[in-house]
Write a protein that binds this ligand. Structure first.
Ligand code: ATP
Length: 275
């Protein structure tokens, strides 16, 4: 790739702006708000954009209502989305009407509308349900290559040709497994291990412990892309916040591997952009 920084310029700016409005929402009245609802295995994230598709508010909560892309606690999911919606409405002093949601790769036929019903059940008018890689690429704007989303529960791969998703694959193994490995190695509870893992100060120390699970993720990626002429890999998802994960994946897959400054909120923002 000629200039990786230029490629991630829009993404990095959008995510930086979003991180700011999570703590300090922008209260200038917009004629309309677009909300992206990302129902993940580890987090539920709501990203709110204004009429110009700029981030104005956001909220997220740790939740166990989705497993491997499927809603396993339907009532719990509605409750959390409703609470986050209300919290953001109070902060913005405006009603959030429209929302888009996304499905992980490979679950589109299995989901039977559950994610859409959760978002509707929380009081939104659902304008779009799209697949997660397409959402992520609304922010990354990649023409060719593989987008790999390493989230809490799964590793999802999307192959892009001329800016369009031509193939998707998803497999269980994600950040939850990383936390389980730390929990075992350090004799910590899962919650403590997850928190320890999320602290950037600990990443260097954790690398030897996490290397085998990163290599397993790399072998999943290699399998997902083997029938395609992929020349570059782009990482998104919270687990890719781990410093150095891109180097191990690059070495194992033998492909240049890039990630934006903060890979965590790329998909929720892409969902909101498609609202
Ligand atoms: P999925 O996509 O599998 O449904 P999700 O959407 O909840 O799950 P993300 O929000 O993309 O997934 O990522 C959540 C994972 O990222 C969790 O396992 C979390 O521990 C991990 N994570 C978040 N921040 C960091 C960090 N700073 N360092 C390492 N891991 C992190």
């Amino acid at each position: 790739m000629e200039n990786v920084n230029a490629t991630f310029q829009y993404c990095d700016q959008l995510v930086r702006d979003f991180e700011k409005v999570i703590t300090t929402p922008i209260l200038n009245k917009s004629s309309v708000y677009y909300t992206g609802v990302d129902l993940g295995t580890a987090y539920i994230v709501l990203a709110v954009l204004d009429e110009n598709y700029q981030p104005v508010a956001g909220a997220y909560r740790f939740a166990s209502v989705v497993k491997d892309g499927m809603v396993v606690d339907y009532i719990g999911a509605i409750r959390i989305v409703k609470e986050l919606k209300q919290e953001l409405e109070e902060k913005l002093g405006a009603e959030l009407i429209y929302a888009a949601a996304a499905l992980p790769p490979g679950t589109v036929t299995l989901d039977s509308g559950a994610i859409k019903h959760v978002v509707q059940g929380a009081g939104f008018e659902v304008t779009n349900v799209l697949d997660e890689p397409t959402a992520a690429n609304a922010v990354l704007k990649i023409q060719d290559g593989a987008i790999v989303d390493i989230g809490g529960g799964t590793t999802g791969t999307a192959i892009l040709k001329d800016g369009k998703v031509v193939h998707v694959d998803d497999e269980p193994t994600g950040g939850t497994h990383f936390s389980l490995v730390i929990s075992g190695a350090y004799k910590m509870s899962f919650e403590d291990a997850d928190q320890y893992k999320r602290d950037f100060k600990n990443h260097r120390e954790l690398m030897p412990v996490l290397r085998p699970v990163i290599e397993k993720v790399s072998s999943i990626i290699s399998r997902h892309i083997r029938d395609y002429q992929v020349k570059e890999i782009y990482l998104v998802g919270g687990t890719c916040c781990l410093e150095g994960i891109e180097d191990i994946i690059a070495k194992q897959t033998n492909l240049p591997t890039y990630k934006p400054q903060n890979p965590m909120f790329v998909t929720p923002l892409g969902i909101a952009l498609n609202c």
